[in-house]
Design a binder for this molecule. Structure first.
Ligand code: FES
Length: 104
């Protein structure tokens, strides 16, 4: 098990990028829940963010790929619009232990 971060490092309604052992990840805190995905768009395999830690669309309702604008549901990673419609971000298994997000 590897500690990714303390939950206090990801304020509500925000996301944060991490690189762990060369693997790009994004942790999201949305509507009181946490999610962790590989930071890799299924369309071209690139990282998703617009700028460091900027992963959401303008309204903050979806994760959006900065390259071609694909939209991903925050709670499942499913792509609902864009060139990889129907594919999904890879979820990363984790547990919230005390105040930490721990990768399994
Ligand atoms: S690389 Fe993400 S939508 Fe094309």
């Amino acid at each position: 098990m590897t500690v990714l971060c303390n939950i206090s490092e990801i304020p509500a309604q925000s996301a944060r990028g991490f690189t762990l052992d060369g693997r790009a990840l994004v942790a999201v805190h949305h509507n009181g829940r946490f999610f962790v995905y590989e930071n890799r768009c299924p369309h071209r395999g690139v990282e998703l963010e617009w700028q460091p830690d900027q992963f959401f669309d303008f309204e903050g309702n979806y994760i959006q790929c900065a390259t071609h604008g694909a939209l991903f549901k925050i709670d499942t990673g499913e792509c609902i619009a864009g060139p990889c419609n129907g594919q999904a971000l890879n979820q990363v298994a984790f547990s919230q232990i005390d105040c930490q997000i721990v990768l399994l």
